[in-house]
Design a protein. Structure first.
Length: 131
């Protein structure tokens, strides 16, 4: 699909989701929900995007898919920032950060710190964003 044709992308993702649900392929169901979350975020329908992201993370085993699990927590946190739920954004970011620090995912940490700074800025604690 074209990067600009999110309606078509939504249709393809919903079709793929149905097929993967029938086949019970959890990792692909995760991918479908995660991609749908991105599509809905592009529509600025953050509530629907958040629902999809939360459905995506439910497809993952926290231990077997730890890297994807914590990556998705960062995505969920970003959506909570868009919906101005900074408390839940902080919770998800903190969980992701602990995993990233433990696992040495420095590039993921950069994104997490950037998102965390938005949480601190919007909760009146900009000095907390200092590393």
């Amino acid at each position: 699909y074209s990067r600009r044709d999110f309606k078509k992308a939504e249709k393809y993702m919903l079709d793929a989701l149905e097929i993967n649900k029938e086949l019970n392929i959890k990792k692909e169901i995760f991918n479908n929900y995660n991609n749908l979350a991105g599509v809905y975020a592009n529509f600025e329908d953050y509530s629907k995007a958040l629902d999809c992201a939360l459905m995506a993370i439910q497809q993952l085993d926290k231990d077997k898919n730890a890297d994807l699990y914590y990556f998705e927590q960062s995505n969920i946190a970003a959506l909570y920032i868009y919906t101005k739920n900074f408390e839940l954004a902080y919770t998800y970011l903190n969980n992701a950060m602990q995993h990233q620090l433990k696992s040495g995912f420095d590039t993921d940490l950069i994104q997490t710190y950037a998102l965390m700074s938005k949480v601190y800025e919007n909760t009146g604690k900009p000095d907390s964003a200092r590393i």
